[in-house]
Design a protein around this ligand. Structure first.
Ligand code: AMP
Length: 173
């Protein structure tokens, strides 16, 4: 919905990695060994993958990165990469939802998605990994004045409305 409204290219590192797994590439095999355990794929692998993707998408208006960056080193690498292209991160949206609700949502999604990592054990390790490796990014982006914390509970339309409000205020502030 965000990509469509603002004419951005949606880039989900998780989705790209799942495609690599489905095609049984070397990258896919490596990624699967981490993803199936709920661990993060190593920074150097994800950063290189993203660099290649961005190189192919030069004439784009902008991007919405989904599930990236997941660590502070990835955030630092993204800043450097964008700087080289004369671009920058405009805003970071953190959707805030209680752990219990997240676990329930992922378990429900698992029934439909068939995603190998949407089971209770892997979900629990993904949450631990989030707090240890990804949550520090909030401070990283707060310091840069880019963090937008948005309540991720309620209807999809209401949450989308809150995100749009934040993004629209970027151009006027
Ligand atoms: P997602 O589709 O964003 O929920 O990601 C699913 C899984 O893919 C994660 O649990 C990680 O194992 C891996 N993954 C996706 N994005 C990244 C990233 N930026 N860095 C490292 N691992 C990632």
């Amino acid at each position: 919905m965000i990509a469509e409204r603002y004419g951005l290219k949606h880039l989900s590192t998780g989705e790209i990695l799942r495609e690599e797994i489905a095609s049984s590439t070397e990258l896919g095999k490596l990624a699967d060994s981490y993803m199936s355990k709920g661990e993060l794929v190593p920074d150097c692998v994800v950063i290189e993958m993203l660099e290649e993707l961005l190189a192919k998408q030069r004439d784009r208006n902008g991007f919405i990165f989904d599930g990236f960056p997941r660590t502070v080193p990835q955030g630092e690498a993204l800043n450097q990469l964008l700087q080289r292209h004369g671009k920058r991160v405009n805003a970071v949206v953190s959707l805030e939802v209680e752990d219990e609700e997240l676990i329930e949502r992922l378990l429900r999604r698992g029934v439909i998605s068939g995603r190998a990592d949407d089971n209770r054990q892997t979900i629990e390790s993904r949450l631990k990994v989030y707090y240890r490796q990804t949550a520090p990014l909030k401070e990283f982006y707060r310091e840069q004045g880019l963090l937008k914390e948005i309540k991720g509970v309620g209807s999809i339309d209401a949450i989308f409305g809150s995100i749009v409000k934040e993004i629209d205020s970027l151009s006027t502030s």
